[in-house]
Design a protein around this ligand. Sequence first.
Ligand SMILES: C[S@@+](CC[C@H](N)C(=O)[O-])C[C@H]1O[C@@H](n2cnc3c(N)ncnc32)[C@H](O)[C@@H]1O
Length: 306
Amino acid sequence: MTSTRHIPVLSEEVLKFLACRGDGIYIDATLGGGGHARMILEATSPGGTLIGIDRDLNALETARESLADYRERAKLIHGNFRDLKEICQKLGVTEVRGILMDLGMSSDQLEKTHRGFSFNFPDDPIDMRMDESTEFTAADALNGLSERDLRDIFWRYGEERWAAAIAREIVTTRRRYPFRRVGDLVGAVKRAIPAKARHGRRHMATRVFQALRIYVNGELEALEQGLESGLSLLAKGGRMVVISFHSLEDRMVKQAFNAAKREPELFGGKRFSVLTRRPIRPSEGEIQANPRARSAKLRAIERNLT
Ligand SMILES: C[S@@+](CC[C@H](N)C(=O)[O-])C[C@H]1O[C@@H](n2cnc3c(N)ncnc32)[C@H](O)[C@@H]1O
């Protein structure tokens, strides 16, 4: 998998808020296929350096190919942005001018990796690990967690209305056979929910898939850590831009930015200004051209000069 199908979201806005200069160090903490990274590299020519991070080795390989022309100025790293501080420490980097996080999944992960992220491929294994070097898969969760834990995951991370019924159906089903394929899970969701709930605007399994993915990949814990580390790495005048795709993530970003602004003692007296009072949303035109952009929300923050 070396070419990307992923269209970068809110790209003009990302560049505007990062306010890139032709020098300094920038981090793309969610490299994906390298779409935003390429734009940052172009905007920071000739002297800017980009540190690109992704926890998915396939994404890294794709980005390595698509950013080959910028090899001299791009350091691409397999890692989790949860460990941003340690990653920077290893590179000898103490301050950066800009950080981008474009959360969630890339179109490549959904459509090309066949690791069970999409309910559209019933024969795929239910794996859902973004980083295949980790151990715990979505199938392990479905076959091993208690009914109560499953219900809590669907409710908390998916805001799934039928969480309890779906968890019950999963536990009943797995007494007969273990969950292995995407189709097994879609079937259980279908059996658990009322017939009238099966044909909404969104696929009936959307929320359950989202919830399991967030749980298996520890996405909210990583975001919490990544935001904190990112804010602590910003140089004076440096900026952090985060694009999120669901309300749990957006709430965390909003709260982390507001806390940094209100409580300078959190970051050793450093002061911050939030640049987006409300989140920036994609235009209708962008959503039409790229439906994946529909739920995107961008927030940005700047470390003050003084
Ligand atoms: C929406 S895509 C990024 C697309 C990219 N901005 C582009 O324009 O091509 C999100 C990427 O972030 C990666 N990712 C998600 N959580 C991560 C984490 N905690 N650490 C590192 N990478 C992560 C995913 O593997 C995925 O490749």
